[in-house]
Design a protein around this ligand. Sequence first.
Ligand code: ZN
Length: 61
Amino acid sequence: MPDDELIDAAVEWLAEMRVCPQCATRIRFGDYECPHCGADLEDALREWAGSLVAELQSKEG
Ligand SMILES: [Zn+2]
């Protein structure tokens, strides 16, 4: 798979909406805590990033 396709996949993943696990407030990429309830989002961020890596690895085949 060409790099452009991997980049497209990553961009789509970045644009995917995420929500706070505590209060379901929408979270923007790069937020480490919820702007609404202050929940620490690092674990959720790492989990989400791990899914991205798995997605890219599966596309890379
Ligand atoms: Zn929250």
